[in-house]
Design a protein around this ligand. Structure first.
Ligand code: NAG
Length: 401
């Protein structure tokens, strides 16, 4: 029985380490409501290292991949998802702060912070990181904990206070720091047990301390230099204290390229600099955009038709002149050639914008006419507060080296 000493250690340490807001694992196991519903449909695959995949999602679609299979009850609405994520993140950060354990924002979560200290509203993934030693500590002392959270944030129509519970579940494969077959790249999860949405927690370890000292890596091959991570910067995220890596700008630019730091139209949302929020486009807005794209296209086509018509008329006139028997001298021929050249050039210059690569367009909205985005730079340059200075810095240093 390997579990006994662990449980004993846990019981002894828990008084010192665990504050009153925790229900210890034995409690939550004895409560059938909170018991994970293990679905036995899929036989566990064993990996090269002998580790079965620990965290499971219903799968099947992109959306249902973002729920823990044990707690999922169907896909949430946009509003429910946002509300779940905000409180889940606040609870997570509270928990780490109260226990004086270090964690920081990563990936899309860090990118959201960079824009306005909040989540990207279209994002289903929430990612945080911890150091390898912290991960081991968490596995030993907090695995299976239920965190009781209450928020003064009230919804007048519902309850005066929001009260939720989160399960902190640590993957037993944390001791293996190689990627293996990729089944266990997520080291821990912070799960909203009402609906199965979760935060992915990954640990960074110096996997090759001899060959590559000072290089930290997660199991999914994201690498970080110690000097990019530390000293961590204390900041705010979704209204609570959080940490971000020291060189967050370099980390973001390496992972997402500069465009993620300047594009203001993305995944059906638009960045509103006045309120510093990503706002979901309304169906009207989307319709309006489509209309103006259509108008622009029509205008282009009309202009083209007019040019064609003008050329035909000119050709016709010349033909008639020829037929009338007018002698075309050498000078005349030269002039005609010149005109043709000009015409060709004009044609080219008008076609040019069409050929330009759509370098910043990442809008998922399907549409036959990928018009290039308006340059977001002037808009961003006008911002005077919030995190705008960071964005401007980003623009000034388009290439981080
Ligand atoms: C965490 O707890 C679960 C459930 O008891 C267990 O399956 C898992 O192996 C534990 N993880 C660690 C790191 O001990």
């Amino acid at each position: 029985m390997k579990m006994r000493p662990v449980l004993l250690t846990f019981a002894l340490l828990s008084d010192l380490l665990v504050e009153a807001f925790f229900i210890k694992p034995p409690n939550h196991r004895s409560n059938p409501e909170l018991l994970p519903r293990r679905r036995k449909k899929r036989p566990p695959k064993t990996t090269v290292g002998g580790w079965a995949k620990y965290f499971h999602e219903p799968g099947g679609s992109d959306l249902s991949n973002h729920y823990d299979i044990r707690y999922e009850h169907g896909i949430l609405s946009y509003e429910e998802k946002q509300n779940t994520q905000v409180h889940m993140m606040r609870a997570y950060l509270d928990f780490f702060k109260k226990n004086n354990i270090e964690t920081w924002l990563a990936h899309g979560t860090l990118l959201g912070w960079w824009w306005n200290g909040k989540m990207l509203p279209w994002d289903w993934d929430i990612d945080t990181q911890v150091s390898g030693p912290t991960l081991m500590f968490l596995g030993k002392h907090f695995n299976g904990s239920i965190y009781e959270y209450s928020s003064a944030d009230s919804d007048p129509d519902l309850r005066p206070v929001i009260e939720r519970q989160y399960l902190f579940d640590v993957n037993p494969a944390i001791i293996e720091r190689d990627r293996g077959n990729g089944d266990n790249v997520i080291d821990a999860r912070w799960i909203d047990i009402r609906n199965g949405l979760y935060i992915d927690v990954t640990g960074l370890s110096e996997t090759e301390p001899l060959d590559q000292p000072g290089v930290w890596s997660c199991k999914n091959y994201h690498h970080y230099r110690t000097t990019d991570l530390y000293p961590m910067r204390e900041t705010m995220y979704e209204g609570v204290v959080a940490k971000v890596p020291y060189a967050y700008d370099r980390i973001l630019a390496e992972e997402y390229q500069e465009k993620a730091l300047v594009v203001t139209d993305y995944e059906g949302h638009r960045w509103h600099p006045d309120i510093k929020e990503w706002v979901k486009k309304t169906p009207d807005e989307i319709k309006q955009e489509r209309l103006s794209r259509q108008q622009a296209r029509r205008k282009k086509q009309e202009e083209k038709a007019q040019r064609k018509k003008a050329k035909e008329e000119k050709d016709k006139a010349e033909q008639e002149a020829k037929e009338k028997g007018e002698a075309v001298d050498k000078e005349g021929k030269q002039a005609e050639k010149e005109e043709e050249k000009e015409d060709h050039a004009a044609d080219q210059s008008i076609k040019e914008p069409e050929k330009e690569p759509i370098k910043v367009k990442r809008n998922a909205e399907p549409g036959p006419d990928p018009d290039p985005e308006p340059d977001p730079e002037p808009e961003l340059m006008q911002e005077t507060s919030g995190l705008a200075h960071l964005r401007r810095r980003g623009l000034d240093h388009a290439v981080w080296t």
